[in-house]
Ligand binder design. Structure first.
Ligand SMILES: O=C(O)COP(=O)(O)O
Ligand SMILES: [Mg+2]
Length: 222
């Protein structure tokens, strides 16, 4: 019997150039246990990915701010307006979120704000500190978020909804926003392209990068 999975998206299910690796489709569809997608992306992105992968919609989005499984959506951030207020202050002081006028990266985001990695990091961190918020660097974006809202907390909630122990899950990820998942899951893999924090927190580091590494981890489980 294969274990349930909790999988990061960017850097983990993607290729080196950023798109979803096509092997994710067949592998995740065939996985004979729950698959939860856990991401820093805004809520609609992983829902859409589940939809197009043709797997049940089980999602931890916005680094744990929004959790969705078994027809139950939970928004877990008490003061969800604060990251928005901090982002406005960042822009007022000359910062740029970096996504253009339509800003589809944040448009449907409910609990945090994502900022492009070429933004003014020093200004961003100063504003975050002033507002009592955290900055997380996923390697794909900075996330201005409430302390304690983490993917790992989302995993506890999804596991309960699905009637599993969180320790039943095997986690795969690539960056500091996956460390909390690694701590909660029973077993964890960092792919070879992972950052130092993810590598240090994982039980195993794969030889392969990106989806090669993820497939290597999954092959070791079945
Ligand atoms: O949205 C990001 O910055 C990264 O997303 P991820 O958590 O799926 O890697
Ligand atoms: Mg990632």
């Amino acid at each position: 019997m294969v274990p349930p999975l909790v999988l990061d998206i960017d850097g983990t299910l993607t290729s080196a150039t950023g798109g979803i690796d096509p092997r994710a489709f067949e592998t995740l569809r065939a996985w004979d246990a729950p698959v939860v997608l856990a991401t820093g992306k805004a809520f609609p992105y992983p829902v859409a990915l589940c939809h197009f992968l043709d797997i049940p919609e089980r999602v931890i989005a916005e680094n744990g701010g929004v959790v969705y499984a078994a027809d139950e959506v939970t928004v877990t951030v008490a003061d969800a307006d604060r990251p928005q207020a901090a982002a406005r202050a960042f822009v007022d002081r000359g910062g740029d979120l970096g996504w253009g006028a339509a800003d589809t990266v944040n448009r449907w985001r409910e609990t945090e704000v994502a900022i492009r990695r070429d933004a003014d990091e020093a200004l961003l961190r100063a504003v975050a500190e002033e507002f009592g918020l955290d900055v997380v660097d996923t390697g794909y974006a900075y996330h201005l978020k409430t302390a304690g809202v983490e993917k790992g907390r989302g995993l506890r909630s999804v596991a309960e909804t699905l009637g599993h122990d969180p320790a039943d899950f095997v986690a795969v990820g690539d960056s500091e926003n996956d460390v909390s998942t690694f701590d909660v899951a029973g077993r964890s893999f960092a792919v070879a392209n992972a950052d130092d924090r993810a590598r240090a927190a994982a039980d195993h580091v794969t030889d392969g990068s990106h989806m090669d590494g993820t497939l290597e981890a999954l092959a070791s489980l079945s």
